[in-house]
Design a protein around this ligand. Sequence first.
Ligand code: COA
Ligand code: NAP
Length: 275
Amino acid sequence: MLESTFRTGLLNGKTAFVAGGTSGINLGIAEAFARYGARVAVMSRKQQKVDDAVAHLAQWDEHACGYAADVREYAAVEQALGDFHTKVGAIDIVVSGAAGNFLAPASQLSANAFRTVVEIDLLGTFHVMRAAYALLRKPGASLINISAPQSTTVSFGQVHASAAKAGVDMVTKSLAVEWGAEGVRVNAIVPGPIDDTEGMARLAPTPAARKAVQASCPLGKFGGIEDIAGLALFLASDAGQYMTGTVTYCDGGQVLTMAGALSPSAVQQMLAQGA
Ligand code: COA
Ligand code: NAP
């Protein structure tokens, strides 16, 4: 049984759409899907990033395609997913990973800044899930939302990301309950601190902050993009076929110590240094 489940072409014949898939963790996920045999599409705002990502993914999927669209605009998301569906048929895997974040204490955060992050992360995730629903393979589809430790752990300067990602976790669980009967699985991944990403460049921009982050992980180190891609591969494939409604940490154990939280003084210091 294991031989048939964990074959090289784990995702052979499957189709995967990755929102926010043109850089960092999400591009790594799209690459893993393509390497294991899926036909992939990525979507993000900037045409150049889309073109570069598609060229990269073409190494493993010669039909890889991309869409320049903002997850905050439902019609644009619907159009991108609809076009991919026209090209490939029923969609097996959808990842919602577009996000925006920066360090800002609540007292210095404008209402528009809070709204912007909530609209990208939370509303954007609902848009992607909702627009994909009619186009999914049923039964069999696997939907994966990318959450963050801030959804459960309070970090100074992160009220906007916490509110948005806590919402993402609940969208995940709600849709798992509503769509489970149709054979659609919905899970969330919580990446811990992942090196060489835009997220870490923004949240741990100084050597001192990097050291503190590493120390907060029982494994004592940053994760790599491949670590998150591995979990996504599991959840997307039939190997994860009994998984739904989960919010799974891939974080070197950081959540156990609750020490991932940025201290007020560390954040003030980083902001003073122009972070
Ligand atoms: N601190 C405080 N407020 C900030 C900020 C910061 N570092 N960066 C942006 N804002 C505020 C802006 O001032 C604006 O509020 P205002 O109108 O009251 O002045 C609001 O956020 C929206 O900014 P804008 O630049 O118009 O938004 P955008 O939609 O063009 O970009 C961001 C969205 C701000 C999230 C941008 O950082 C982004 O595109 N991020 C994507 C990449 C990323 O964050 N990756 C890491 C993922 S974890
Ligand atoms: P990243 O490289 O900046 O990835 C964000 C992606 O989303 C980019 O492709 C970006 O491309 C796209 N995007 C941003 N706003 C968008 C919008 N409005 N509409 C459509 N696409 C949009 O960041 P990352 O660090 O790899 O983070 C990826 C995911 O992991 C995020 O969900 C983040 O919250 C989560 N995460 C990261 C870490 C970490 O350590 N890095 C830890 C926990 C959670 P465009 O600019 O072209 O739009």
